[in-house]
Design a protein around this ligand. Structure first.
Ligand SMILES: Cc1cc2nc3c(=O)[nH]c(=O)nc-3n(C[C@H](O)[C@H](O)[C@H](O)COP(=O)(O)OP(=O)(O)OC[C@H]3O[C@@H](n4cnc5c(N)ncnc54)[C@H](O)[C@@H]3O)c2cc1C
Length: 557
């Protein structure tokens, strides 16, 4: 089964929110909420989802962006999680070939490091078996020479060998938006920039039966009726549980902050992804090449600051990540001036007394309040489908229905109408042929397909539609892409486009700088922004990089 994107009008969605009674109202449009929306809608339920920011603007655009089997959980002997997420990653891969790619990961073994040759070999062997890794992707142990050949930037004096295994890399925010679009094709009504404010209760049963929602764009309040409510608010799960007040479980969230930094690939020119030991504290950090950049992370620190939406990246975070990279790759000498971008996210973990954040399990848990509010917390991006399955089972139980069959294993996500990477490549060639008259450059076509998958043809169609009115092929493509993003992907601000739909603010700052004004102008035409609003949008987008050291220095008087 596959899903293609269909246009959504925000006005129509808001009208629906106000006028229908939903089987389930989901609070939170991160990967957890979006996965639940797809599962519930595909099982035939009437679904509404509200997100107070943009979709994925919480933790789900701020992860390491790996769909992985969680090798590190072996260290904590969490075999069940390794098995579940390992199997899940294959399903995510099969259903979204355009945004999930297999990626060889090198695990260097160093003198005095926390990873021994035999324990790593055994660990990777167990990982392959538990996670059901395909035969050709199973781990290979490497000699010192082989390891250094794979990555010459590693410390020649320190490396004693290595292991190579396969991870899957994705784009977390794109995964969320493809889930939201897929859910829409099954009739779900999802609206971003809509904040859930307060619960409504049935007078007789005292069970939740809806809530008031603030439409943050039009500054209006809407009452939504729903038979069940799911709280999938990530780091905000406890805020909503407390707002409901009918808490039954004493368990609470423990937030942990993780920071990633992005440098130009030419400043850290890795040949492949590396998962390496941090000498200072025995933690492990990823360095992952992606397009013109390499990103490095992550940190793992307990977080208690109430300003949840955008946890800051401090000088200390920057020093930690750069020191880790400089120790592993001693010739590169990265400095704060090399940092071009980055992000900081909060892991919504379930508190376990006496454990620090690196030891806390990443498993998910469902809490049901006496009011019937279903809260889901913890977990991983990779395991979103199983989290959704368990949550929708609970919803179905509360609705008194017997909807046990979960169909999502076989639903190709919006844009994911492919059976393999080979298929994606064939599609790129086919689209290149189809777009011959509208002159889309080859590199742009690749970028489009690895971003929008089989929905690329809708952008190509728009290019044909604009053929007469716009003769410059590049400007025409910009117009077509932005129109698609507004009409099919709920883009409302310039930051939605630059951060969560195209990833440009993270991975290609020079391209973003070039496109800020043209994109703001195109969006301005479509969304009725005057010049002042266009500049406000540009400033607000750039604000996301205020913490970058080289930008701070420029801004100083
Ligand atoms: C640094 C880091 C690295 C990670 N790396 C990986 C990885 O490589 N692979 C992996 O599998 N997992 C990884 N994870 C874990 C994964 O990112 C998270 O488990 C997942 O994104 C959580 O998704 P969520 O939907 O539960 O939360 P969120 O994405 O935060 O979504 C919750 C949403 O609820 C919204 N919300 C809150 N309150 C309201 C309200 N009142 N009304 C409306 N909306 C509301 C928020 O705005 C938010 O968008 C990582 C996490 C971090 C922090």
């Amino acid at each position: 089964m596959s899903t293609q994107s269909i246009p959504v009008s925000r006005g129509d969605s808001l009208n629906k929110l106000a006028s229908q009674q939903f089987d389930v109202l989901i609070i939170g449009g991160g990967v957890t909420g979006a996965g639940i929306a797809l599962d519930a809608a595909a099982r035939g339920l009437l679904v509404a989802l509200v997100e107070m920011q943009d979709f994925a603007a919480g933790t789900s655009s701020r992860s390491t962006k790996l769909i992985h089997g969680g090798l590190r959980y072996l260290k904590n002997l969490e075999f069940g999680i390794v098995r579940e997420v390992g199997l899940e990653r294959n399903i995510v891969y099969n259903n979204a070939h355009h945004i999930v790619r297999s990626e060889k990961m090198l695990l260097p073994l160093v003198k005095g490091g926390s990873l021994g040759k035999y324990s790593s070999s055994l660990g990777l062997w167990m990982y392959d078996r538990l996670a059901g890794v395909k035969k050709h992707e199973r781990r290979k142990m490497l000699s010192k020479e082989q390891t250094l050949e794979k990555e010459p930037l590693l410390d020649k004096a320190d490396v004693v060998g290595g292991g190579e295994y396969v991870e899957y890399r994705s784009d977390d925010a794109r995964l969320v938006i493809e889930l939201i679009k897929s859910a829409t094709t099954f009739g779900a009504c999802s609206v971003n920039y809509c904040k859930f404010d307060s619960f409504l209760y049935d007078k007789e049963s005292d069970k939740v039966c809806g809530g008031t929602i603030q439409d943050l764009i039009n500054d209006e309040v809407i009452e939504v009726k729903a038979k069940t409510i799911v709280n999938a608010a990530g780091p905000w799960v406890d805020t909503l549980r407390e707002e409901d007040g009918h808490i039954m479980s004493k368990k609470k969230l423990q937030l942990s902050k993780g920071v990633h930094l992005v440098v130009a690939h030419e400043r850290l020119p890795l040949k492949q992804s590396i998962y390496f030991d941090v000498e200072a504290d025995d933690r492990m950090v990823f360095a992952i090449p992606r397009g013109r950049s390499t990103y490095i992370g992550t940190t793992d620190t307990i977080f208690t600051d109430p300003s949840l939406a955008d946890p800051s990246i401090t000088d200390e975070d920057i020093s930690y990540v750069l020191a880790a990279a400089n120790a592993a790759f001693p010739t590169v000498n990265l400095t704060p001036a090399d940092v071009e971008s980055g992000w900081s996210g909060l892991r919504p973990l379930i508190f376990e007394p006496g454990k620090d954040s690196t030891e806390i399990s990443r498993k998910d848990e469902i809490f049901v309040s006496s009011s019937g509010l279903i809260s889901i917390a913890g977990g991983k991006l990779t395991g979103y489908r199983q989290m959704a399955r368990r949550t929708v089972n609970q919803v179905s139980k509360q609705l008194g229905l017997n909807l046990r069959y979960c169909p999502t294993e076989h639903i190709q996500l919006s844009g994911g109408r492919f059976n393999s990477l080979e298929d994606v490549k064939l599609y790129i060639n086919k689209q290149q042929g189809e777009a011959s008259q509208v002159l889309i450059p080859e590199l742009e076509m690749k970028r489009l397909v690895f971003t929008y998958g089989s929905n690329t043809e809708q952008i190509v169609n728009l290019c044909y539609q604009f053929y007469q009115e716009e003769t410059d092929p590049i400007l025409r493509l910009h117009k077509a892409e932005i129109e698609y993003l507004i009409n099919h992907e709920h883009c409302i601000t310039l930051s939605d486009v630059m951060i969560r739909r195209t990833g440009m603010l993270y991975f290609d700052v020079p391209r973003m700088n070039e496109l800020l004004e043209p994109y703001a102008s195109i969006m301005g035409n479509l969304l009725d922004w005057d010049e002042a609003e266009q500049y406000r949008q540009i400033a607000s987008c750039l604000k996301n990089l205020d913490w970058v050291p080289s930008r701070k220095r420029k801004a100083a008087p």
